[in-house]
Design a protein around this ligand. Structure first.
Ligand code: PEP
Length: 263
């Protein structure tokens, strides 16, 4: 059984003390559910202390990024090798890194490979900008981001990857104020699975975890998770508020319970 994945991306927010307060509240307010895997992605600075504070029955950790070389003269960087054992996952190719920090398709590819090499599952973020959508380029953009990022992996390695469809125009930091519409999410996620199917076969296309992110709040959870082939959510802004994040997890659990009863 695939567990539904909910990944809170805290972005560049919360110092060590603030992060500790949030974790304290999350430990208290989020319940353990067998069908849901909750992942926190704090800043690199706070990963280590948070790893000691989280209730490990409820939470796993993700890095928001790391460097693609394992060790050496790269002042200021932290490698996936250094994160081994500390995190299960790492976001790779988030649009804020692609757009604000100039991460190219090739850099994202090298980071995906470095994560896998170090036993960390990459959460590969893909998605089109507003201009690209308006120009009818959504499918091409997703195709290019996906195929380049996975280029150096074996099919067994691709199994470890999680794909996050995050339409840039719907992300709060890029001016989004609500998630993409269900039919937009559905068609992008179908397209992602279609590309994986062409490259690696139907089995992997079905089994690969594909999640949705951008402006997720509890009110949208049922609508999104009920879509076929959506295996989880990646809230950003809402994950900084323990009430909202706990509501998202609770709404996801209710949705899964309901689906189980109906099907
Ligand atoms: C994100 O940037 O990963 C994200 C989903 O942000 P938000 O929920 O704030 O749109």
């Amino acid at each position: 059984m695939k567990r539904t994945l909910i990944v809170g991306n805290w972005k560049m927010n919360l110092n060590t003390q603030q992060a500790s307060v949030l974790v304290h509240r999350l430990n208290k307010h989020i319940e353990e559910h067998r069908d849901i895997e909750v992942v926190l992605a704090p800043s690199l600075l706070t990963l280590q202390p948070i790893s000691l504070q989280i209730d490990r029955r409820k939470f796993r950790l993700a890095a928001q990024d790391a460097f693609y070389v394992d060790e050496g003269a790269y002042t200021g960087e932290v490698s996936f090798t250094m994160l081994r054992g500390l995190v299960h996952y790492a976001l790779v190719g988030h649009s804020e890194r692609r757009i604000h920090l100039g991460e190219t398709l090739e850099v994202v590819r090298d980071k995906v490979q470095a994560a896998i090499r170090n036993g960390i599952s990459p959460i590969l973020c893909v998605g089109e900008t507003k201009q690209e959508r308006a120009a009818g380029e959504t499918k091409r953009v997703i195709h290019d981001q996906l195929t380049t990022a996975l280029a150096n992996l074996t099919p067994e390695e691709v199994e470890e990857v999680v794909i996050a469809y995050e339409p840039v125009w719907a992300i709060t930091s890029f001016g989004g104020d609500r998630p993409a519409k269900p039919d937009e999410i559905q068609s992008a996620i179908r397209w992602i699975r279609h590309i994986i199917g062409e490259l690696y076969g139907e089995k992997l296309a079905t089994e690969l975890r594909v999640i949705y992110g951008a402006s997720v709040d509890a009110e949208f959870v049922e609508g999104i998770l009920s879509l076929e082939g959506v295996d989880g959510l990646l809230p950003g802004t809402a994950s900084l508020n323990y009430h909202k994040f706990a509501d998202i997890v609770a709404a996801a659990h209710r949705t899964l319970q309901k689906a189980g009863q109906n099907g």
